[in-house]
Design a protein around this ligand. Structure first.
Ligand code: UD1
Length: 438
């Protein structure tokens, strides 16, 4: 029988207290990759203790790039001649291998990465990455195993993304900074984690111009040097803990994430009637009266982030009335909803665009809208966590339930949240780590 990690969560009452968030999973992993382009070591601070960092460090080590982690500081020692192939054993673990194609081509002229993984929240194709690499002059072949690429030299190009993809924008940045000549990227993603990566590359010596209207202009340079930076706080974790307080009838004060990264999240909670207090150091959300239902549509930045919708759905379930969620970024992000219904959340799913204008999934079979009837009592359940963000929604549903729950597949949660058991206990959650076979 499997001894995978699971959590037993007991009813614990309102969650209250302080949580400090660290650098974001979605930024740190890309910084580790960027650092391999420098001619000297880079230092990254405020590194979160999350599974994805460990996976990325292992991938880089397998290529001959030495990464040491001391507390929350990572030091990356690049090599001019990394191994060109990411081992097959890294298939399906996270989305990082696809971002390695450009840096490996730049360093050694050829690359193989196994098919990328991540969460089962959509098709998550890599066609934008592949098209961008081809535009930059690489020969790319996609096989059942992964992606093979070759290029004697990458050359700047004009590239327009069909959708402002975070990963594809980062791929282009990582390829173009050391390519010959100018790259003009249009319809680029502008998520804070993308801008953080661009700023880090600029610190390393890259010439990157952020122009209006999702346009990024990169003039290739001959070399980059190591740089040092302190990561900004994780806006997904920050919002998740604010909602953890609200769903349990408590209040969590979150430090470490700037207000500017949470604007839309805070506005959404305020529209629902939450009292949000904001200072230079922290943000708190509490409900002094009843919260109101809402209609929320996920979007690219600066809209309501897709990763914020999993905790929001549990909050919708706690609020009297009907709320609507329209997911417009990933076609299958609502894959975690069946687990929530096992706690007693009343959620109906639809393949149409509800609560907002038609999105990219209009007229497809993608089930991407949800109507939530809030206000019913939640009960303990045994559920399998299916992805990193789904994991947090299961934990806070269990926190709000009136009887014990068992959450299996907790490794998904650990991949993206900084020491979640420790953080959740510190705000009053009664949880015990067990093996799934207990
Ligand atoms: C990143 C984040 C994830 C976040 C998402 C959107 C990381 C590790 N993950 O994911 O938490 O939810 O941005 O903010 O940083 N697409 C294609 N072809 C491609 C690439 C993407 O069709 O080659 C589509 C995807 O299927 C999706 C949309 O573009 O529908 C957005 O995906 P993208 O922004 O690339 O997400 P990730 O970078 O994978």
């Amino acid at each position: 029988m499997s001894a995978a990690k699971a959590w037993k969560v007991d009813p614990s009452g309102p969650l209250r207290g302080d949580v400090r968030v660290h650098g974001s999973k979605n930024a740190v992993t890309k910084h580790l990759v960027a650092a391999m382009l420098g001619d000297s070591p880079s230092v990254i601070r405020n590194v979160p203790d999350v599974g994805d960092v460990a996976i990325t460090v292992d991938i880089l080590s397998s290529l001959g790039i030495d990464v040491s982690i001391d507390g929350d500081v990572a030091t990356v020692e690049p090599t001019p001649t990394p191994t060109s192939k990411v081992p097959m054993s890294f298939t399906g673990l996270n989305r990082i291998p696809i971002l390695l194609l450009g840096p490996l081509l730049t360093r050694v002229g050829e690359a193989f990465v196994p098919l990328v993984g991540g969460d089962p929240i959509g098709r998550r194709p890599v066609d934008f990455h592949v098209a961008a690499l081809r535009a930059l002059g690489a020969e790319v072949e996609v096989t059942d195993d992964g992606v093979h690429a070759r290029a004697t030299r990458l050359r700047g190009a004009r590239i327009e993304l069909p959708f402002p993809s975070v990963g594809a924008t980062e791929s282009v940045l990582l390829c173009a900074v050391l390519a010959d000549g100018r790259t003009v990227l249009t319809n680029a993603a502008t998520e804070p984690e993308v801008i953080e990566l661009a700023l880090f590359l600029q610190r390393m010596g890259a010439n990157i111009g952020l122009a209006p209207n999702r346009r990024i202009v990169i003039d290739g340079v001959d070399r980059l040097v190591g740089a040092s930076t302190t990561l900004e706080g994780d806006r997904i974790e920050a919002f998740s803990y604010l909602v953890a307080g609200l769903v349990s009838g408590g209040a969590v004060r979150v430090a470490g994430c700037e207000q500017s990264r949470l604007v839309t999240a805070i506005n959404t909670l305020r529209r629902m009637g939450a009292d949000c207090e904001i200072t230079d150091e922290w943000v708190t959300a509490r409900a002094s009266g009843s919260l109101r239902p809402a209609a929320v549509q996920t979007a690219t930045h600066p809209g309501f982030m897709t990763d914020w919708q999993t905790p929001l759905m549990v909050l919708f379930s706690r609020v009297d009335g009907m709320s609507v969620l329209h997911e417009t970024v990933f076609e299958n992000r609502l894959v975690y909803v069946p687990a929530l219904t096992r706690f007693g959340c009343e959620i109906e799913l639809f393949d149409s665009c509800l609560g907002g204008p038609a999105c990219q999934f209009h007229d497809t079979n993608a089930v991407h809208s949800a109507v939530v009837r809030g206000g019913s009592a939640l009960h303990g359940a045994e559920v399998d966590v299916v992805d990193v963000r789904a994991g947090f929604s299961a934990v806070i549903a269990a926190a709000a339930a009136d009887s014990p729950s068992v959450l299996r597949g907790i490794h998904h949660l650990i991949r993206g949240y900084h020491r979640p058991a420790e953080q959740m206990r510190s705000i009053g959650l009664s949880l015990r780590e067990i093996t799934a076979s207990d």
